[in-house]
Design a protein around this ligand. Structure first.
Ligand SMILES: Cc1cc2nc3c(=O)[nH]c(=O)nc-3n(C[C@H](O)[C@H](O)[C@H](O)COP(=O)(O)OP(=O)(O)OC[C@H]3O[C@@H](n4cnc5c(N)ncnc54)[C@H](O)[C@@H]3O)c2cc1C
Length: 298
């Protein structure tokens, strides 16, 4: 029998059988057995020590903007780090340290307020700092790898460890953390002095471009597929005639073929079926295997 985390940790922010769909950008996904929002790192350490000893599955989520959670939900414990949300700026060395749960958009706003330049490209990315490290998020020629100097993690053996940028094996939508099972606790960005107005204008320009090209009016998980070598996923999907292709409530966006949008009460099964069909048609027509950027938890 599964342990009762609420009974073991009274006073901690823990819920049982909580529906995950409302927490995700796609608005799909079944319930989690347990959901935990640590307010301090020590709470996280305490809970992880027990659940790992009990071999309970653990899933750490950020803003859930790059994933699809299955309709059956997730076994074990889901952790949201949204309360690890401190931002500290050191004006002397132009570093900005942010907790893993800080929305990336808030990081860009904080940098702007201190006229620190470098991460304007992230202005409209709806992820958290933890997710941006894990995925090496990027846009408009910038990516996390260029601006993160170090991160702090909690290792699978519950030790706090710091990685420097060079140790993080950053690549296209890849970081070392995808292979270690570490929980990212915070990240430090090394920025450069800039001019408030210029930073603001660049952020506005990127946001305008997003609003023009991306179907922000619908729930989605952003670009569904990684860019295949030598191609653009969106262009291949468009050329395959798949824009508007719909299963249930999930649809290949008519505005940006790289996005799959939830147009009408989609289920995770709808999303996954559209993803698989797009992969099959593109493989058959162009002999290109589209790999998902979106992470599927089912
Ligand atoms: C409208 C829209 C636009 C987008 N535009 C872009 C874009 O321009 N560029 C881009 O790169 N992405 C984009 N994305 C995708 C997404 O926002 C990014 O990948 C983002 O970095 C994911 O962050 P998250 O906090 O939402 O991560 P989640 O989706 O919650 O998680 C992603 C992965 O990271 C892991 N993870 C998250 N936090 C932690 C942590 N603290 N410790 C360990 N593992 C963790 C999760 O387990 C999961 O495997 C977009 C998405 C949407 C919906």
């Amino acid at each position: 029998m599964t342990i009762n985390l609420q009974a073991k940790f009274p006073g901690f922010d823990i819920k049982s059988h909580e529906k995950l769909a409302p927490y995700t950008n796609t608005q799909v996904g079944g319930p989690a057995e347990w959901v935990f929002w640590p307010h301090r790192v020590q709470e996280l350490i305490d809970v992880l020590a027990l659940v790992r000893q009990e071999k309970m599955p653990v899933t750490v989520l950020g803003n859930a903007s790059n994933l699809v959670i299955g309709d059956a939900g997730l076994e074990g414990l889901v952790i949201f780090l949204s309360h690890l949300n401190q931002i500290t700026i050191n004006r002397d060395d132009q570093t900005l340290k942010a907790g893993a749960g800080v929305p990336l958009i808030d990081v860009t706003q904080a940098a702007l307020q201190d006229s620190l330049s470098g991460i304007e490209w992230a202005a409209g990315i709806p992820g958290s700092v933890g997710g941006a490290v894990y995925m090496n998020a990027g846009a408009y020629g910038g990516e996390s790898a260029d601006w993160i100097s170090s991160i702090t993690v909690l290792t699978p053996t519950n030790e706090i460890k710091t990685y420097q940028n060079v140790e993080l094996d950053f690549g296209y939508r890849h970081s070392l953390v995808q292979t270690t099972g570490d929980v990212i606790l915070d990240a430090t960005f090394k920025l450069v002095p800039g001019e408030f107005k210029a930073i603001e204008m660049l952020m506005e320009d990127f946001n305008t471009r997003r609003a023009l090209r991306q179907p922000l009016e619908y729930p989605s998980c952003g670009s569904t597929f990684k860019r295949p070598e030598g191609y653009y996923a969106g262009r291949l999907i468009m050329d395959a005639g798949l824009q508007g292709f719909t299963i249930g409530g999930a649809q290949v966006s008519t505005k940006h073929a790289g996005f799959i949008v939830n147009v009408n009460h989609a289920t995770a099964a709808d999303y996954i079926a559209v993803i698989r069909q797009v992969q099959a048609v593109v493989a058959q027509k162009f002999d290109v295997q589209l790999e998902t950027e979106v992470r599927i938890f089912s």
